[in-house]
Design a protein around this ligand. Structure first.
Ligand code: FES
Ligand code: FES
Length: 216
């Protein structure tokens, strides 16, 4: 009779019949599928783009739209990148550089224009949303050589120094007067408060608006 002990049993299998260190069937299949899918997708898309250069160009180009709007009485139809602001449309596409880019973030008012008679920060307004809109910039205020009364008032009151904020101040002042917010210097200050003047000409700017509104 033999006295030898039997061989020790093999370690029990883990859930999937594999050791815990080795990749499981599940992780292997998931990894293979992801890698394979990426390779196949990359090959198909890349192949399609290589086969069709126009498709490749279209895929690279940002989405653009056509928009028709009237600026200072002139109708314009332009195709622009959907991200273009009204300020960039005016300055870069139409060559109207009167509206100034100060902060480009809605904080200074240097870019103020009238859209359908309302004051807007052109830097925060998407051009493609202005289909059929009527836009007035500082270039559209004068009648030929005849300055707008508020432009003349800015000269009379010496209401600027460097002049960078002035186009926005004047357009905003026109809006302020049209809205009837000129009952007192305090009211004018309040309704012009979105227009910053780094040269500090506020007292004279308020006087110019008062002069034009007929309060002086
Ligand atoms: Fe538009 Fe400053 S440039 S608010
Ligand atoms: Fe210089 Fe207003 S005049 S910022």
């Amino acid at each position: 009779m033999s006295t030898e002990l039997p061989e020790p049993a093999a370690p029990p299998p883990t859930g999937d019949g594999e050791s815990s260190q080795a990749p499981t069937r599940r992780t292997f299949i998931a990894t293979s599928t992801a890698v394979g899918g990426a390779v196949v997708a990359g090959g198909v898309i890349g192949g399609a783009l290589l086969a069709d250069p126009e498709a490749a160009t279209a895929a690279e180009s940002p989405p653009s739209s056509r928009v028709s709007l009237t600026v200072n009485g002139t109708r314009h139809t332009v195709t622009v990148d959907n991200r273009t602001s009204l300020l960039d449309l005016l300055r870069e596409h139409l060559g109207l550089t009167g509206s100034k880019k100060g902060c480009n973030a809605g904080a200074c008012g240097a870019c103020t224009v009238l859209v359908d008679g309302q004051r807007h920060n052109a830097c925060l307004t998407l051009a493609v949303r202005l289909e059929a809109a009527e836009v007035t910039t500082v270039e559209g205020l004068a009648e030929g050589d005849q300055l707008h009364p508020l432009q003349q008032a800015f000269i009379d009151q010496d209401a600027f120094q460097c002049g960078y904020c002035t186009p926005g101040q004047i357009v905003s002042g026109v809006g302020c007067i049209q809205e009837g917010h000129t009952g007192s210097p305090e009211e004018i200050r309040e309704w012009m408060s979105g227009n910053i003047c780094r040269c500090g000409c506020y007292v004279k700017i308020v006087r110019a608006v008062e002069q034009t509104a007929g309060r002086k």
